[in-house]
Design a protein around this ligand. Structure first.
Ligand SMILES: Cc1cc2nc3c(=O)[nH]c(=O)nc-3n(C[C@H](O)[C@H](O)[C@H](O)COP(=O)(O)OP(=O)(O)OC[C@H]3O[C@@H](n4cnc5c(N)ncnc54)[C@H](O)[C@@H]3O)c2cc1C
Length: 384
């Protein structure tokens, strides 16, 4: 006989674990299934940057600011490695500066302390920054970083402490329909029933949606990054390239590109990214090209890293949405399938996204004016 739950969540990344903690905290029975492990997808291989300057719309910045507050509080009680030491965007030409000025005006109106520094000011903030041709640097002191693995495991432990069950190494193979609802969830290890099935499958979320004949605008690409041994303090802020301001990461982006992203974590190790390339969602092979070009790129900014020992490198898939908008809501194809996916840089917003999703699931609250996911049904009441 199959087991039955209030909620069955597919995916134990930062979104699935955060949402399960919220739902289990309201005395709901929750089962999470993950084909790999907790943080076995993108949540286990990212830089942990908490970025605010690249959240251009109000709803997005609201989620990011709410989550930053949460991290600041949580960081006092739990070792998630959260530090609000400021973030920088390296601007290499007039187009990027013009875009940064535009974003700065909007962010300042929202109370964010974004400013544009001259190359000299940039170098006094980051003395190891030696890039030739640096045109300017955007800086926001409210940005920061955290340890993404520590956070995801904190969320999964919290969910379990509140009564949730997490089963890893178990892949959902099909969603079997009974009328307009999913009647059974079939994995490679068992069969389950749940009142609501939640798709938190990150880069795989389109595959999960396809099990009920739904097409999601979620795509994935492969990111390559690596981490050094712990080093003396070398960076004061987290840094990314100007491309982060250009909204060019969606559908129109080239199949292969090397961007700039670097941050030094609390223990001294420096995480460096990243080559991004079109690839199948399950493709995790490390390519020589992505590694060497990412290393070459970062050395052009920080030659001090020449000779640094790389202790681990990885490549894995992360999701993005074709139109830049996330998917948050019930499926048009199955009345009890709810999707939470396609949030850009989801560590920056996950706690607030989980709260919104839980409110929608538990009380039918809507966020239609904040998030407009392309005609998607936001709640059953609204559409009934
Ligand atoms: C190199 C790199 C650097 C990044 N840097 C940052 C950063 O600095 N800051 C930031 O905020 N974000 C960053 N990101 C993005 C961030 O990692 C993602 O936005 C976030 O992890 C997405 O979380 P998620 O829970 O939606 O997906 P995931 O963490 O990918 O979780 C989805 C889970 O679903 C599981 N799953 C899928 N299909 C099935 C199935 N059929 N059955 C069972 N389980 C299934 C997968 O195994 C996976 O564990 C980076 C990503 C990469 C790759």
């Amino acid at each position: 006989m199959s087991q039955s739950y209030d909620y069955l969540i597919i995916g134990a990344g930062i979104l699935g674990t955060s949402l399960s903690a919220e739902l289990a905290g309201r005395n709901k029975s929750v089962l999470i299934l993950d084909q790999h492990g907790v943080a076995g997808g993108a949540s286990g291989g990212n830089l942990g940057q908490i970025s605010l300057m690249d959240r251009f719309e109000d709803w997005h910045l609201d989620l990011a600011l709410e989550s930053s507050e949460y991290y600041a509080e949580l960081g006092k009680r739990h070792p998630i490695g959260y530090r609000q030491h400021g973030g920088s965007i390296l601007l290499m030409n007039d187009t990027q500066i013009a875009r940064a000025e535009e974003v700065k005006r909007l962010q300042n109106l929202r109370g964010l302390s974004m400013e544009i520094l001259s190359p000299q000011e940039a170098r006094s903030l980051e003395p190891n920054l030696k890039k030739n041709g640096l045109a300017a640097m955007a800086y926001c002191k409210q940005e920061g970083c955290l340890d993404p693995l520590a956070l995801t495991f904190y969320m999964s432990d919290l969910a379990v402490a509140r009564g949730a069950t997490i089963q890893t190494g178990e892949r959902v193979l099909s969603l079997s329909m009974s009328g307009r609802e999913i009647g059974r969830v079939v994995s490679d290890k068992g069969t389950y029933r749940a009142k609501i099935i939640i798709n938190c499958a990150g880069g795989w979320s389109s595959n999960v949606a396809a099990m009920v004949g739904e097409e999601l605008p979620i795509r994935s690409h492969k990111g390559t990054a690596f981490v050094t041994q712990p080093m003396p303090p070398m960076l004061r802020t987290t840094l990314v390239g100007g491309g982060f301001l250009m909204e060019d990461t969606g559908e129109g982006a080239p199949d292969y590109r090397v961007g700039t992203a670097i941050c030094q974590h609390e223990n001294g190790s420096i995480i460096i990214g990243q080559a991004t390339e079109a690839a199948n969602v399950d493709e995790r092979s490390l390519g020589r090209r992505g590694l060497s070009e990412t290393a070459k790129n970062i050395l052009s900014y920080f030659p001090v890293l020449e000779g640094a020992d790389i202790i681990r490198a990885w490549a894995l898939s992360t999701s993005y949405s074709a139109d830049g908008k996330p998917v948050l809501g019930y499926s048009p194809k199955a009345d009890n399938l709810f999707t939470v996916a396609g949030f850009k840089g989801a560590f920056t917003t996950a706690p607030a996204v989980a709260r919104r999703a839980a409110a929608m699931l538990l009380s039918g609250e809507t966020f239609v004016h904040e998030i407009e996911p392309d005609g998607r049904e936001l709640c059953k009441e609204q559409c009934g």
